[in-house]
Design a protein around this ligand. Structure first.
Ligand code: JDQ
Length: 404
């Protein structure tokens, strides 16, 4: 593979010409060229930028030096028919991920075009598409000052995939775990106790099956907490997903809440339940403070649940609330499923779950008891309400959120 970099800060790429893929270069796996864009300027001041058409702040990279750079670096299709791939790193590109790294690793020639200022004149990208494969790639949803750091990150992710690089025995192991779609489990080495922190006993037990299941549980737990987007969304029997609520759901949540709380108020003979009088602004405010999940049927928001951590005397408590099911779908088991779901997404550190319901809401109470909750007359509850709790009964290590 050949890699070329074009930038007004070629020093960024010094590590590449030194030792990093030096070993790959030795084996003839990799050729690297670093180029100063100013080498393709023709004026005394080596100008690479100009003011934007249409006005606005900042400067734009002028097209002529880039055109000459591409003329010099883009090569015609090889015997295999493969063209040069020009990678423009940009905040508006397709997101870089492992799949794209794998795709780029199949290319024979990559040219990284690293812009600065407000970016490169669009005609350079348009022209590049006529002579090469072009990928506009973003490293992630944050703003860098230029494309160099993104190009370096992409390079490292791609080069380590090349056959013969980094002694690829490890990558086989890695792939088998990556396939799980989960984050990595935590890893430990000697000593067995360090600054009072112990290596989990299961890892020192020598029981390979137990080790494997512990690691899988840790991986699932981490993924649920840090990257819930990676987990297959929870689904109802018919495949309807339970998804995180967004700010745009506030209006429909308010409607659902009114319908549900009118019923709750009638059942409990009390018409001034505070939630019944919440405004759209109130719903927007609590949406920002609670992990809220919703279910849609045919586009209509028909059910919701929310949870959040409360710091309690005896450890953290997962406060579950607002289990709401549209009146026409009550009794369908939706509430029970949402109750299971909100427990499943609770952070690992919670010791117990707590929820409140109307003292006269017998159907709700029956469902909560079936789900393992116990009525707690010993605990304080608002007037007309009762408290139910359940031990979170997590197993594994006493992993705190700070470690996750
Ligand atoms: C350039 C810039 C437009 C900031 C100029 C060239 N993921 C990622 N974040 N930022 C970049 C990539 C990136 C890449 C190339 C760049 C940023 N800038 C600065 C341009 C809007 C904001």
């Amino acid at each position: 593979m050949r890699l070329d970099y074009v930038s007004i800060f070629p020093d960024f790429f010094a590590p590449l010409t030194l030792s990093l893929p030096g070993k790959a270069a030795e084996k003839g796996l990799l050729e690297v060229g670093v180029h100063d864009l100013r080498g393709w300027t023709h004026d005394r001041h080596h100008t690479v930028d100009d003011t934007p058409y249409g006005g606005g702040a900042g400067m734009v990279m002028k097209p002529e030096p880039w055109g000459d750079a591409l003329d010099a670096l883009v090569v015609p299709p090889t015997t295999t028919g493969q063209r040069t791939t020009v990678v423009f790193t940009t905040p508006s590109g397709e997101p870089f991920d492992q799949r794209l790294a794998e795709e780029l690793a199949t290319r024979e020639h990559l040219v990284f075009a690293c812009g600065r200022y407000e970016g490169i004149d669009q005609r350079v990208i348009d022209h590049a598409r006529t002579v090469a494969e072009v990928r506009e790639v973003s490293l992630g949803d944050y703003v860098l000052n230029g494309g160099e750091v993104a190009a370096l990150a992409i390079t490292e992710a791609v080069v380590r995939l090349l056959p013969g690089f980094m002694g690829n025995a490890a990558s086989l192991v890695e792939e088998s775990h990556a396939e799980s779609g989960l984050l990595e489990y935590p890893v430990y080495t000697k000593p067995p106790v360090w600054r009072g922190h112990e290596v989990p006993a299961v890892l020192r037990s020598g029981d390979h099956a137990k080790v494997a299941s512990w690691r899988r549980e840790q991986a699932v737990r981490r993924t649920a907490q840090r990257r819930p987007d990676l987990l297959t969304p929870s689904v109802l029997d018919d495949g309807t997903p339970i998804v995180r609520a967004t700010p745009g759901d506030a209006g429909e949540l308010l409607t659902l809440q009114r319908a549900c709380w009118v019923q709750e108020a009638l059942a409990n003979d009390m018409l001034d339940i505070p939630a019944l009088h919440e405004s759209l602004e109130d719903v927007r405010a609590w949406l920002g403070e609670w992990d809220t999940y919703v279910v849609r049927r045919a586009g209509r928001l028909v059910a919701a649940v929310r949870g959040r951590v409360e710091r309690g005397e005896h450890g953290d408590v997962w406060d579950i609330g607002r289990i709401m099911v549209a009146p026409d779908l009550q009794g369908s088991g939706l509430g029970r499923i949402l109750l299971e779901h909100i427990q499943a997404v609770a952070p690992a550190e919670v010791a117990s779950y707590v929820l409140f319901t109307g003292a006269a809401s017998v159907r709700n109470q029956r469902m909560y008891k079936k789900a393992g909750f116990r009525l707690r007359r010993d605990l304080p509850a608002p007037p007309g309400a009762v408290v139910l709790t359940k031990n979170a009964a997590r197993h594994g290590t006493d992993t705190r959120r700070g470690d996750l």
